[in-house]
Design a protein around this ligand. Structure first.
Ligand SMILES: C[S@@+](CC[C@H](N)C(=O)[O-])C[C@H]1O[C@@H](n2cnc3c(N)ncnc32)[C@H](O)[C@@H]1O
Length: 193
């Protein structure tokens, strides 16, 4: 696994994470999941850390996948199923998942294209990928980019349109759902008809 400076940061920060972070916003995630063209039962929270995002949703037995053992320990303490993996090599069989959410995490992943391709591979036809991230073109986004640089992180931020293109490149029907400092992009997997 490479580029794991950010993951080491989250390993160290894991115990404090849930105390300092506000709850994840449920509405944009729900809006994204509603685009699925199948029942949404098997949900993966990718780069899910302590499971903060998926805990904001009403999902039965989600799986949190993350590279940080420390963050996953917290997810397990919350009663969630967890698997340690790099987002670019998911331990999931093809077409076995109804939805993948990636919240505040994709900008930390060194190979974002590989991670999106893996999410698309794991989705069943009609399944949906929902990504929430931060727009580096906004004022707050610029501040965040600088702060993460100062903290020594290797993060790379895409704006909503650039991310929608990456999601489309992964073979999904992509759409920007909302814009702002935090924004949402979704991609639906449409099987070959
Ligand atoms: C800011 S936290 C977000 C966690 C969670 N999604 C949330 O909304 O609270 C970023 C997460 O991305 C994870 N991460 C960073 N690089 C990763 C990679 N290559 N593969 C999997 N997870 C990664 C970190 O370990 C961390 O848990």
């Amino acid at each position: 696994m490479h580029g794991f400076g950010d993951v080491r940061f989250f390993d160290r920060f894991a115990r404090a994470y849930d105390f300092v972070m506000p709850s994840a916003r449920r509405a944009p995630l729900r809006e994204g999941l509603a685009l699925a063209e199948r029942d949404v039962e098997r949900v993966v929270d990718l780069g899910g850390g302590t499971g903060r995002a998926v805990r904001a949703l009403d999902v039965d037995r989600p799986l949190v996948v993350d590279a940080s053992r420390g963050m996953l320990r917290r997810a397990v303490a919350h009663g969630l199923d967890a698997a340690q993996a790099d987002a670019a090599t998911l331990p999931l069989r093809d077409g076995t998942v109804d939805a993948v959410i990636v919240v505040d995490a994709l900008h930390h992943v060194p190979d974002r294209q590989a991670a999106l391709a893996e999410a698309a591979r794991a989705l069943a036809d009609g399944g949906v990928l929902v990504v929430r991230d931060f727009d580096p073109g906004t004022l707050l986004g610029r501040l965040l980019v600088s702060s993460e640089r100062v903290m020594g992180m290797d993060s790379t931020f895409d704006g909503p349109d650039a991310l929608a293109r990456l999601v489309a490149d992964a073979g999904l029907d992509a759409a920007v759902l909302d814009r702002g400092f935090g924004y949402t992009v979704a991609g639906v997997k449409r099987g070959s008809q």
